[in-house]
Design a binder for this molecule. Sequence first.
Ligand SMILES: Nc1ncnc2c1ncn2[C@@H]1O[C@H](COP(=O)(O)OP(=O)(O)OP(=O)(O)O)[C@@H](O)[C@H]1O
Ligand SMILES: [Mg+2]
Length: 495
Amino acid sequence: MNPSLNRIKDSLLAGQPIVQIVSFEEKRVEGFLKKLCQQTLKNQNYYAWDSRNGLSLGETPIPDSVSPARALDAALAVREPAFFVFRDLTPRLRDSLDLIRQVRECYLQFKNSRKFLFLLSPDDYLPASLKKEIDIIQFELPDYEELESLFNKFLDSLAKAGAQVQLSEEEKRNFVTAVQGLTLDEAYKAYMKAFQGQTRIHIGMIEKIHLEKKQLILKENVLEYFTHVLTMDDMGGLDKLKDWLLKRKKAFSKEAREFGLDKPKGILTMGVTGCGKSLASKVIATLWNLPLFRMDMNLVYSGIAGAPEDVFARSLKTMDSVAPAILWIDEIESGISDKSTDSSSSRILGYFLTWMQEHTSEIFIAATANRIDLLPAELLRRGRFDQIFFIDLPTRKEREEIFRIHLTKRSNDLNDFNIPQLAQITKNWSGSEIEQVIISGMYEAFADNRKLQEDDLFVIFGSSVPLATTMEEQIKKVRSWAHNRAVRATTDKEY
Ligand SMILES: Nc1ncnc2c1ncn2[C@@H]1O[C@H](COP(=O)(O)OP(=O)(O)OP(=O)(O)O)[C@@H](O)[C@H]1O
Ligand SMILES: [Mg+2]
């Protein structure tokens, strides 16, 4: 049962004659109200008013009721129990003391006569003078069941039209979760765009739905939407992290809740630069089939979108509305730290901690940090993140995997390379540095009009020094910090 609808019922049962409903979804809300009218009053006295059509009872217009004042008078004159739904009346109350007076009269008269007034609008404005008399209910977005039934209707009609539906049960669920956070209309449109005219329905079409969500998010300019391209196979090594993520693949499913699992909150990856922290955030989204949004803390602080704390709070609300999704906060220490004396950053920290504690939306945070010593202890306390992973420089075996990934990605034949040897001589090199060497080597080869050779790589290795050598002290520090506080992302130990 829809929780907002329950709250409306509670209001009516408590004898509350006027309820304000805040929602963009007029059609959907009224669908519920019509049923509720039948259930509560056992009659069809469902009146609706808007400023173009005036008041009508079902399909029957009530004469001379376009003006809201006349319509309210007509409602006052009705003698039987009835529902009156006024669309977008509340914004008009702003500058009309007369209308406010009439609403108050309705309150007094309806109170004991089983007549109910619903003020329906996307706007949550209500004059202060009426706040005591009126319950305000934010009508929640459609829940899983509602969206599932929409999706099933869609599938039925597609199947009737002769389309082949090639979806497993799990894939069907993915299509339903993909539209969570959208209104019913938006979800309908997203499905239309993805499926219209298609003869074969498959999981690949989910990308179109993620794109629809992106449109929604782009209105917030500190959040950036990423389309998924990187998979687990693009990430070398890090077996422990991979294992953790795989185990939680269905973490946001209904089954997981029914089984009694709590929603995962998020992970923090910290460690040496260029070893795959950002990469891991992208991989989670693909693996879990959830949209990925990156919050740019520099943009939050830039002030271009407004006061930083307001922008931050608004963005988290936006995230709530597109759940389930991954919120990626890269280099979190640059935005959320207690080392700064700036008051907006301490307010942001406070807000973030509260949100982490209290939000009920299915948002998984993938945060990364380089300088974890800058992070406030409250943020690292047990129970905030599900796990803190330490990503160290790759081990020898991991470097082999990284070589294979990046050589193959750029169309090289692995048989031309002695991978174990390459891994052997690149001790202390980060994944990103290995990738860069391959890219530089390919430029050399391309200029000479030939394929990349192992020797190209050896030459570059011989003439460069990895960052880890110049930053030895810092890396030692990071390792010793991580020792007791974080879980190594790798089980392998042989560097
Ligand atoms: N384990 C890995 N497997 C495959 N590629 C890797 C790995 N680690 C790093 N890379 C390559 O290096 C690039 C940079 O890595 P990434 O951005 O994830 O590093 P980071 O840990 O976030 O570093 P920084 O602290 O500098 O932001 C990746 O896009 C990827 O191409
Ligand atoms: Mg990074």
